[in-house]
Ligand binder design. Sequence first.
Ligand SMILES: Cc1cc2nc3c(=O)[nH]c(=O)nc-3n(C[C@H](O)[C@H](O)[C@H](O)COP(=O)(O)OP(=O)(O)OC[C@H]3O[C@@H](n4cnc5c(N)ncnc54)[C@H](O)[C@@H]3O)c2cc1C
Length: 417
Amino acid sequence: MDSAEKGRRVVVVGAGFGGLFAARRLARSGLQVVLIDRRNFHTFTPLLYQVAAAELEPEEIAYPVRTIFRGQKNLRMVLGEVRRVDLSARQLEVGDVSIGYEDLILALGSTTNFFGVDGASDHSWPLKTPGDAVRLRSHILECFERAQLRSESSARAPLITFVIVGGGPTGVEFAGALSELIRGPLARDFPSLDLSESKVILVEVRNSLLGSFPQHLGMYGARRLRQMGVEVRFDAKVTAVRPHSVAFASGEAIESATAVWTAGVRGDPALERWGLPTTRDGRVPVDDTLQVPGYPHVYVIGDSAYVEQAGRVLPMLAPVAIQQGEAAAENIIRAASAKPARAFRYRDKGTMATIGRNAAVAVLAGHAFRGFPAWIIWLAIHIASLIGFRNRLLVLTNWAWDYLFFERGVRLIDPGP
Ligand SMILES: Cc1cc2nc3c(=O)[nH]c(=O)nc-3n(C[C@H](O)[C@H](O)[C@H](O)COP(=O)(O)OP(=O)(O)OC[C@H]3O[C@@H](n4cnc5c(N)ncnc54)[C@H](O)[C@@H]3O)c2cc1C
């Protein structure tokens, strides 16, 4: 690469898993990189549910982007929301600033998909960002505070009944963690409350949990959750969410002040607004080189991208985003040296989900694990994947405290602004 090519400016939008790994690879190559995010930190989403379940603080699973790239002179971080992209002029707008690019990587992630269910976007609680997790944690704790002031069981029970919609990994993990929070620390904090009135209900439209895992692991997950006091309901299609109830296609309604929505995600609507082609679920179909057809200077990766491989759509998972980030960066580096782009191939190293204390499921290198061995693997991989030694230490300390003393350190109700 000569110095003119090194001056080539690559803009990466999004410092999540895809954007971060793309920017890292590009920065090492010597190209000029501009990394834009509306937040100044990277979030380790796999542990977000533990923030909502009062197990971890949000800053323990987040890391400042500027610190990650400290000393990297050819990378500039810009804090702000990209509001417009002009694909023909190769320019984008962040606030009132216009930034031009030779190559663009869009790694915007995804947004919650409410599937048009009546009232779901207004009355259910999403779990996508640290802000969502802290708000949900405060709401759950407030529900217990309000419940203990009610003398009538009919007024108390809906406040401490929690419906979790969606039996994928996030729903399963949160249901387990919430049940442990209620039966452990909250039972001790609220001795005057009859916690047999408190329910955690996990509802799934299909007839199994953890649909992306082998069926026997989904069955194990349901069995373990039930042993932990979670009510698991299958074939339960939510038709409406109201402030104090959740309605089902069967005609039944559950009285509850809290519906947590973990039923699905979709591509960010901004992608369509910016004139990119999108699928029905808002993702951008890209070539096998991760370029947008007709716009060879634009790469879309991670949750924002729609990629089929061996007849199946790649899932919205962190390892997919990471590998695509590195592959898109590699193709841009190759283009700067006039080399042809390479096709992206996802290497599936496995998936895992935790259910609760001593219980998890994992598929690694084609082998299925469950129970304690899977839980230990889950702990080790998540600790190793966190960014920053301080975060690893804090998370490990919190987990050890929780494991040994059945106690959660974080039970703050955020008073808000
Ligand atoms: C609760 C939860 C649990 C999960 N658990 C797991 C798990 O256990 N294992 C797993 O593999 N995956 C898990 N995932 C999925 C995983 O987080 C995503 O697949 C992954 O983050 C996708 O990476 P990404 O780079 O595409 O997007 P993200 O990591 O979401 O990053 C997108 C970034 O873009 C920024 N952004 C978006 N729009 C703009 C804009 N207009 N301007 C500026 N910045 C913008 C956002 O602020 C964000 O930082 C989980 C997700 C959630 C929500």
